[in-house]
Write a protein that binds this ligand. Structure first.
Ligand code: FES
Ligand SMILES: [Fe+2]
Length: 471
């Protein structure tokens, strides 16, 4: 038999790899061996959103980020943000837990191991070994005792880490979607609140609940009822045909009313995606003078509202981008996905952001930050950790609650004896296939540049088609 090359060997080691892009093997969501392959080949090689920068505003501030058993300390130093593996160079005990500045197990300007008290400064240099004379000096060489650095990049108000020192840059991996989000003022946003929950599902089941809007009609029916034309234009009605984006059978006033109602529902249901302050501004235009033809009137109305939000929030001192320019020149999808586990929901100037981390093959930590702008001096206290609620808590806004209602039952259904594959819409559920096949690319050990190029094809692909990723 001819010898297999490395990538063939690794593919052979992944019996659950995707062969037909529209069919996803169900066992990828619970099989322990597949989970192990993700832990070994995916997570150590990807950019992971590790923390929000407002959590570490001053030199000396740090937070711990952990995922699939690997813990990292992200530190603000005088020379910028650095990241280190969170282990003692003596016998491996984590030297930092949670968050801190100059208290806890963190000495003034450094870390102290809780086991035998070795110390490091914020730059990762070892500053103290208890009873140094007890060791062979050659074991205590400076470089060997320094904390192991982890690659870190800052973007969009967040620190991203990558355990692979040779990984392509964050920008090379994610591509132009970063520019589009940056143009919408991403790095100016601050966290208003931060919630978390443990979901009894594979992390990918939770991710995929946010990769298409095709579920809105059944899962969030209130959204479709408020503005049916918006959804009928994209997904058609139950029996088929796509409709116009603006309902020509309704008068301009009714169309405007539907839009406002839809924004109110998103605002109440997501508590931040469309911020209440933005809805209040939109309502000022409920009776605006507009052309009689709804097809012309509605874009004009949106432009009025976007212009007014820009103007009025700027007058309050918020550093919001010109939303008219943003809508014309930097279009984003309703959900923008940053592989592998972070995504943003956008509308006007505020956003919701989500991060999902596996806790095992069938459990994950699901976090939501609501992000908005604040005038200088009016920033609220920074949430330093998520408020953890049960996933069925009534304290979650309605829309995530509706999404959470499907996720655990889907996980159960995936175990059914007769379910071998999930079948995807080639036109609207392509992102699910695309990111899953990118995971296979990591498992197969494809070259970093190829993976990065494939990754950039995921930007703007919410509700999009199955693509050839060149892998
Ligand atoms: S394990 Fe950290 S000082 Fe010994
Ligand atoms: Fe949803």
């Amino acid at each position: 038999m001819a010898e297999m090359d490395l990538s063939e060997q690794l593919s052979a080691a992944n019996p659950l790899r995707i062969d037909n892009p529209a069919l996803i093997p169900a066992a990828r969501y619970f099989d322990e061996d597949f989970y192990r392959l993700e832990c070994e080949h995916l997570w150590p090689n990807v950019w992971q959103m590790a923390c929000r920068l407002e959590q570490i505003p001053n030199p000396g501030d740090w937070v711990e980020y952990s995922n699939v058993g690997k813990s990292v300390i992200v530190v603000r130093t005088k020379d910028g943000v650095k990241a280190f593996e969170n282990h003692c160079r003596h016998r491996g005990v984590p030297i930092a837990g949670g968050k801190g500045n100059e208290h806890g197990n963190c000495a003034k300007g450094g870390f102290i191991c809780p086991f035998h008290g070795w110390r490091w400064n914020m730059d990762g240099e070892c500053t103290f070994v208890y009873g140094r004379h007890l060791f062979d000096e050659e074991l205590l060489e400076k470089d060997a005792l320094a904390l192991r650095p982890v690659k870190v990049e800052l973007w969009g108000g967040c620190a991203f880490i990558n355990h692979n020192p040779d990984a392509p840059s964050l920008r090379d991996c994610l591509g132009p979607v970063l520019d589009r989000l940056e143009a919408r003022g991403m790095s100016k946003l601050r966290s208003e609140w931060w919630f978390g929950t443990v979901l009894p599902s594979n992390w990918k089941v939770a991710m995929e609940a946010f990769m298409e809007g095709y579920h809105v009609m059944k899962t969030h029916p209130q959204l479709q009822h408020a503005q049916p034309s918006l959804y009928n234009a994209r997904y058609g009605n139950e029996t088929g045909g796509l409709g116009p984006l603006v309902n020509p059978n309704l008068g301009v006033k009714e169309n405007v009313q539907q839009c406002i109602e839809s924004m109110e529902l998103l605002s109440a249901g997501m508590a931040g995606l469309v911020h209440a302050k933005e809805v209040a501004i939109a309502k000022q235009f409920a009776d605006a003078e507009l052309p009689d033809d709804p097809q012309q009137a509605m874009p004009a109305w949106y432009a009025m509202v976007a212009g007014a939000i820009t103007k009025q929030l700027r007058e309050k001192g918020e550093d919001v981008p010109d939303l008219l320019d943003v809508m014309a020149n930097h279009q984003v999808e309703a959900v923008e996905y940053l592989f592998p586990h972070y995504f943003l929901l956008t509308y006007f100037s505020s956003m919701s952001s989500y991060r999902i981390r596996p806790l095992g093959p069938e459990s994950c930590m699901f976090e939501i930050w609501s992000l908005t702008n604040y005038a200088e001096g009016e920033e609220p206290e920074v949430p330093m950790e998520p408020t953890i609620l049960p996933f069925d808590s009534q304290d979650f806004p309605m829309i995530p609650r509706q999404d959470y209602s499907n996720i655990p039952i889907q996980q159960k259904g995936l175990h059914s004896e007769g379910l071998d594959v999930l079948r995807l819409s080639k036109d609207r559920e392509g992102l699910i296939s695309n990111y899953q096949r990118l995971i296979d690319g990591y498992i197969a050990g494809a070259p970093g540049e190829k993976l990065a190029a494939a990754n950039t094809l995921l930007g703007g692909n919410f509700d999009g088609p199955i693509k050839d990723l060149g892998l």
